[in-house]
Design a protein around this ligand. Structure first.
Ligand code: SF4
Ligand code: SF4
Length: 156
């Protein structure tokens, strides 16, 4: 698999989840699409969905601590088995609004627990097109690709 992990934790925006069922996150995981494409062919994966608990997201630390503690006690799971995915409503400019203003703080909380993270879950084709049109901000991966293209153009 793309990441040496078998337990995915999806952290979703608490505010967005007031009106979102999480359908597109789950669908992307089931299809191994979007930011889950790196798990293609991997069937034996566990997944846990949780929200950040509301601004400023500090509850993520308590929730993840609880998950790590319980899974260690009951199943002897180790941190290296976990990977956190911040949902696309947290990381990307999209229909729901700009990325979470506390994203760096959330990343810090996760990192301090010794966990690694991936930015994003589902990638909506419509939002992706709007990013390329300039209506939404580009995702970091798109920004990098565009910078590389520009650098290559400049080299000619
Ligand atoms: S990424 Fe989309 S489907 Fe997932 S929780 Fe956020 S708004 Fe809902
Ligand atoms: S901290 Fe970010 S992800 Fe959490 S509710 Fe606030 S805006 Fe949403």
């Amino acid at each position: 698999m793309g990441y040496d992990r078998n337990y995915i934790v999806v952290v979703q925006c608490h505010l967005v989840k007031e009106r979102c069922s999480g359908y597109f996150c789950e669908k992307a995981f089931f299809e191994r699409s979007g930011e889950f494409a790196c798990y293609a062919g991997e069937k034996e994966l566990r997944i846990n969905y949780m929200t950040c608990g509301g601004c400023c997201g500090r509850a993520v630390h308590r929730k993840l601590t609880n998950l790590l503690r319980q899974s260690r006690r009951r199943e002897e799971l180790g941190k290296k088995q976990f990977i956190v995915h911040f949902a696309s409503c947290i990381t990307n400019d999209n229909f729901h609004g700009p990325p979470c203003p506390h994203l760096d703080y959330l990343k810090d909380l996760v990192t301090r627990l010794g966990l690694e993270y991936v930015e994003g879950t589902n990638i909506s084709p419509k939002a992706e097109a709007r990013r390329l049109e300039g209506r939404y901000r580009l995702r970091p991966a798109q920004e990098r690709a565009r910078a590389e293209e520009e650098e290559a153009d400049g080299a000619d």
